[in-house]
Design a protein around this ligand. Structure first.
Ligand code: AMP
Ligand code: MG
Length: 348
């Protein structure tokens, strides 16, 4: 199959949206930009279409998809019980990087929910995404548009790297801003629980609905428990090279990473370093990439997957990363880094 790429970096193009919507309505696959990462869209109410997503990504079939909507009213058709907290959160954060879990109605096929009786829903804050959802029938299942196990795509080029020839169309809307996937909150239990951290953090949620718990398996590197969000247990976001995070006081971290880089070079390897603008000049050997300034968290989250993909292209043999426990998005950024590193973390 030839994958058509439509350039909408200079603005939304109605004809293109119409063509893409027709593809979705006839059961095809269209990748599109959102404010988090690029999504791989299919008609969420059509089980056969949803099955194509799993095939294109090589995704395990019990890993559920998030259904994307463009209007709050659309929720009633797919969510059976909508708690008051959900209404409040939708009002506060939609459109935006927040996914909520509900009991599903029979309208949603099990092929979309990975066999679960619950459905994950979000309304993205991106004009191309919203227009496409409306044009494609209003309910678009869309996981990140990467091959399963690779870092999520933040540009149309990343999508093409993984999906060229496997999907019908890619809408190019430039760089996806936030760069890490949406926050997922489960509202089907007694206390709302964060299943995946994202841009919308715990404090922001608590301001709107009061106490929110965090799935304990997210907080600790060593937690053996089974994550509540099914997809979170798969090895995700993995670069090809083995990766280690070094955490501690800044000077000690820089010293340790420089040491590890030397060792890797002496073994004949090609080390990669994930630094920040503040520390970059303190490293001298290896492939050095800055994620951005520690005072600009969106720059760090926005570059994370791109840096990991670059290391794949550079064929580095080992990646050493500083830790990024930043004040607002620290939990989200560290969650993705830890997954990329297979939870290898060194305290110095
Ligand atoms: P993504 O691949 O980024 O679209 O992420 C989809 C993720 O959302 C899955 O891997 C799950 O972790 C989560 N998810 C989707 N639907 C549900 C659900 N019904 N219950 C719990 N988690 C869900
Ligand atoms: Mg994903």
């Amino acid at each position: 199959m030839d994958t058509i790429i439509l350039d909408m970096r200079d603005g939304i193009e109605e004809n293109g949206i119409h063509r893409a919507g027709e593809i979705l309505k006839s059961g095809g696959l269209v990748a599109f930009p959102t404010e988090t990462v690029y999504g791989l869209g299919a008609d969420a109410l059509n089980a056969e279409a949803a099955a194509k997503i799993y095939q294109a990504k090589g995704r395990p079939s019990d890993n559920p998809l998030i259904v994307h909507i463009a209007d709050v009213e659309a929720l009633d058709r797919i969510a059976a019980k909508i708690p008051e907290e959900a209404r409040k959160l939708a009002k506060a954060f939609w459109p935006g990087p927040l996914t909520m879990i509900f009991q599903k109605t029979p309208t949603v096929p099990y092929g979309t929910t990975g066999g679960l009786d619950t459905v994950a829903v979000r309304m993205p804050d991106h004009e191309i995404a919203l227009a496409l959802i409306r044009s494609g029938g209003g309910y678009i299942a869309a996981p990140s548009a990467n091959t399963s196990g690779r870092p999520s795509p933040t540009t149309a080029q990343h999508v093409a790297e993984d999906m060229n020839g496997r999907i019908d169309m890619i809408l190019d809307g430039g760089h996806a801003g936030i760069g890490v996937e949406s926050t997922i909150v489960d509202l089907s239990g007694e206390v709302p629980m964060i299943l995946r951290p994202g841009y919308i953090n715990r404090a922001m949620l608590e301001q709107v609905i009061g106490p929110v718990e965090v799935d304990p398996t997210l907080l600790s590197a060593t937690a053996k428990g089974r994550p509540k969000a099914p997809g979170m247990r798969y090895k995700h976001y993995a670069p090809k090279a083995d990766m280690m995070i070094v955490e501690g006081e800044q000077e000690a971290v820089i010293r340790k990473i420089n040491e590890l880089v030397k060792e890797e070079l002496s073994r004949g390897g090609r080390p990669g370093i994930i630094a920040s603008d503040e520390s970059r000049a303190r490293y001298h050997q290896g492939v050095i990439r800055s994620m951005g300034s520690r005072s600009d968290e969106l720059s760090i989250s926005g570059h994370l997957y791109e840096v990991l993909r670059e290391f794949d292209t550079e064929n580095v043999t080992k990646i050493f990363s500083e830790a990024f426990d930043t004040p607002d998005m620290g939990m989200a950024i560290m969650n993705r880094l830890m997954k990329a590193a297979g939870h290898q973390i060194l305290q110095v």
